[in-house]
Design a protein around this ligand. Structure first.
Ligand code: ARG
Length: 543
């Protein structure tokens, strides 16, 4: 057994990289093939590039997407009053924050790429980590990306068609969503730097948009503009809690809707291994991003209530467009439709970025075919290299973006295409409401399990070095509330829950099938002269 209490970072990050051609190496480890072709495996993970600000861009970029601009009506309708809605938004925010804080501790204790995949593998066993990957790669990631694509399509249609958009055929919306998905996937294939830069830029746009909503709302409220001649606004002078629902299941549904808007808080954990200073920056990123988002969301909701009549607010899932229209007429609607599309685009972009890394990491683990762990088209065929001087297009891109790898497709291209295709299938066959419930149930099962893992790890390895430690109440609160949410879903939607469980169970035989092949390769390798690969002994301890 291992004597040191610290997680052996180097040994775990690159245990098999010296001997391995096939791509079966733990998360984040560059393969020899990847290195030879100058791929991401060589550049991204070894050169730790992510800074505090990049981390903020990643997490806020994904969190502020569609939810705050569209789901307020879902929250209102279910809890019945503005005051209760604000409470739901606050509770959902704090819940997401406790989850994120728990993940910050896990990310510090086990500083590997892959998020829940790494934590569950280490704490509960590799099967648990695999099942997370199975569900995340096939359902959670593409499912949530599909929801965002569909909403982006809706808002683009609104921007172009205006008030008649409600009557437009659903396939127009979906078509627009697919175009957006294609563009995002393509950009991510072209250049990693380009993708992160889009993230950072759109993050500022989102903050500006939410700030604008807040300021406009305050101005309107202060000048009493919205009250003029609008009988529906009478309630604003009355009790903010009038009409509050007492049905607990309504509150649960509202909470799910709120949590969707905060979802994505685990995003930075997928790329912990790429941070320059993960133990310092991960908690900092989380404790800056979460309160900032919570405050923004509460203020934006206040503004919606101050500007729009409750009935109007509740009847639409394009609250932001109505808000813009109310304040600035058709131009306001257009501006907000474009802003929300851009916000969704950014969220889709961050989501695509991390999803492809997860698929890529899964291939390195031997879970998916090795091709998904390859970098770029050139690296797929050893011997074929795109040289910079040969490629006119690439050269232009490199100059335009100041990125020496742009246009060379030294990105996880196959993982990106795979992720894009699965997402497209969900966009085509999925129905928005269905997707959201399925996402909520499957997603929170794994959030719950991972945070429970934190508690288990505290008991199992009390002296493991934890650069950041939350109060023990944090994971406990998170576990209790998510268990409550899950139990509500089980009762309200037994069939869907069964489908989720069945899908998770199908992953078990797949695991044994994938893992057998991988372990044979490993056995052959460790039997050879290179068995000294330092990390291997350590890995064995965990499996
Ligand atoms: N919070 C985002 C929104 O409001 C959704 C994030 C989806 N989650 C994810 N991991 N992709 O649209």
């Amino acid at each position: 057994s291992v004597t040191s209490n610290t997680f052996d970072f180097a040994a775990n990050l690159f245990p098999l990289s010296s001997s391995n051609e096939a791509g079966y190496a733990p998360i984040g480890a560059p393969t020899a093939a990847g290195q030879r072709h100058g791929g991401l495996g060589a550049t991204l993970e070894k050169h730790k590039t992510l800074t505090y600000v990049n981390g903020l861009g990643l997490i806020i970029g994904i969190i502020i997407g569609s939810g705050i601009f569209s789901s307020p009506s879902q929250v209102n309708i279910n809890v019945g009053s503005p005051g209760a809605s604000l409470i739901v938004w606050a509770v959902a925010g704090v819940l997401a924050w406790t989850g994120a804080a728990s993940y910050a501790e896990l990310g510090g204790a086990i500083p590997l790429n892959g998020g829940s995949q790494a934590y569950l593998s280490k704490i509960i066993g590799e099967l648990a980590g695999f099942l997370f990957t199975w569900v995340a790669v096939l359902v959670l990631k593409p499912g949530s990306a599909a929801i965002i694509s569909i909403i982006m399509g809706e808002y683009l249609v609104r921007a172009f068609i205006g008030p008649d958009a409600e009557t437009v055929n659903i396939w127009v919306n979906k078509g627009m969503g697919l175009v957006g998905l294609f563009v995002v996937t393509f950009l991510n294939c072209v250049s990693t730097k380009l993708a992160t830069r889009i993230n950072d830029t759109l993050m500022f746009l989102k903050f500006i948009a939410l700030l604008a909503v807040t300021i406009l709302g305050i101005v309107v409220a202060a000048t009493g503009l919205s009250y003029a001649g609008d009988p529906n606004t009478e309630w604003k002078t009355k009790d903010w809690f009038e009409g509050t629902s007492t049905d607990i299941s309504h509150w649960a549904v509202a909470l799910y809707a709120g949590l969707w808007a905060y979802d994505g808080w685990d995003n930075t954990n997928f790329v912990v291994g790429e941070f320059r200073n993960p133990t310092r920056d991960l908690p900092r990123v989380i404790h800056t991003a979460m309160p900032a988002v919570i405050i923004c969301y509460l203020l934006a909701n206040m503004s919606y209530f101050l500007v729009l009549p409750l009935a109007t607010l509740n009847s639409s899932n394009a609250v932001a467009v109505l808000f813009g229209g109310k304040i600035m007429g058709p131009i306001g609607s257009l501006v907000f439709a474009l802003v929300v599309s851009a916000s969704c685009f950014g969220s889709l972009n961050s989501s695509t970025f991390t999803s492809s890394r997860l698929v890529y990491a899964a291939a390195k683990e031997g879970y998916t075919p090795p091709i998904f762990g390859r970098i770029g088209f050139a690296a797929a065929e050893p011997g074929l290299q795109i040289t910079r001087s040969q490629n006119w297009f690439a050269k232009r891109l490199q100059r335009a973006f100041g990125d020496e790898e742009a246009g060379l497709f030294f990105t996880p291209v196959y993982a990106l295409i795979f992720n894009g295709l699965i997402t497209a299938i969900y966009v085509i066959v999925g129905e928005f409401g269905e997707l959201i419930t399925f996402y909520g149930v499957a997603g929170y099962s794994f959030y719950f399990l991972t945070v429970l893992g934190l508690i288990i790890l505290r008991v199992k390895e009390p002296s493991l070095e934890r650069p950041y430690k939350t109060w023990i109440t944090t994971p406990i609160i998170f576990c209790c509330v998510s268990l409550f949410l899950l139990s509500r879903a089980v009762f309200a939607q037994p069939l869907k829950t069964l489908i989720v469980i069945a899908f998770i169970l199908i992953g078990i035989p797949v695991y044994f099938w994938r893992i057998q092949g991988r372990d044979q390769v490993m056995k052959r390798e460790t039997a050879g002269s290179r068995s000294a690969a330092p990390g291997w002994q350590f890995w064995k301890r965990w499996f």
